[in-house]
Design a protein around this ligand. Structure first.
Ligand code: APR
Length: 229
């Protein structure tokens, strides 16, 4: 049966979780103001100082577990009543899922999971930290299931397909400075409705309508407008 509901594809970044208390990366005081990417978010960093890297992600995991979805996450989940919604997120938190979104793709992984540094098998951490010496069944050190700089991202081909099929593309809370994720906006159909909700952006992608403001206000407002026949 062909769905009569419009296809809404959401492309989200750290800004959608900012009002849940989780730091963004490039805002003032953001994560990259306080840590060098090269010390905590590259494969070389993990080789050189695994304890520092593991602790950096242990702390982010604890922050995620304490955080709650905000009205933006909830509005996106509720939009599934009126749209066929797919969320493609750069975020490694699980707030979209905890708000009720049922079709979420994490292109940069999920900090609530661990991955074997040998087999790439993924394991649920159930809130636990990862320490040096924690190994997978094959005896290899566990690492956060998070994509580091210089590593391939997940789901990119699927994500391109979803954006190409979208009737509505909604970009929320991302500076669009990290590739290839940022390229996804270029795959929107010419006849799609395209929106960008964020506090600050260097350049609004061509064809996108910019709604400047906090996601917890602008996302519910926009979805109400889109859902009103
Ligand atoms: N509401 C809406 N947008 C917000 C809010 C808010 N309350 N707070 C911040 N923002 C916006 C900022 O204006 C900025 O445009 O969110 C964006 C955050 O940008 P970044 O910090 O660069 O985060 P993001 O785009 O998700 O980074 C992408 O970079 O370091 C890597 O892997 C990391 O997934 C991350 C990727």
């Amino acid at each position: 049966m062909v769905s009569s509901r419009k296809k809404l594809v959401v492309l989200s970044g750290a800004g959608v979780s900012a009002e849940s208390g989780l730091g963004t990366f490039r805002d003032n005081g953001g994560l990259w103001d306080n840590h060098s990417v090269y010390d905590v978010a590259t494969p070389e960093a993990f080789q050189n100082n695994p304890t520092l890297v593991l602790e950096f992600y242990n702390q982010r995991r604890r922050d995620v577990l304490k955080a709650q979805p905000n009205p933006a996450h909830r509005a996106l989940a509720e939009a599934e009543q009126n749209f066929d919604v797919t969320v493609i997120t750069q975020n490694v938190d699980d707030l979209h899922e905890r708000a009720g979104s049922s079709d979420v793709y994490h292109v940069h992984g999920l900090v609530t999971q661990a991955r074997s540094s040998l087999t790439d098998d993924v394991f649920e951490l159930k809130g636990k930290d990862i320490h040096l010496g924690d190994t997978c069944p094959k005896g290899a050190q566990l690492r956060p299931h998070v994509v580091w700089f210089g590593e391939f991202i997940y789901h990119m081909e699927d994500a391109i397909g979803f954006v190409e099929q979208a009737d509505i593309v909604l970009v929320v809370g991302t500076s669009l400075k990290v590739f290839p994720f940022a390229n996804l906006v270029d795959y929107a159909r010419a006849d799609a409705q395209c929106f960008l909700v964020t506090q600050d952006i260097d350049a609004v992608p061509y064809g996108f309508e910019y709604k400047q403001g906090p996601a917890s206000v602008e996302v519910p407002k926009l979805l109400r407008q889109l859902q009103t026949p």
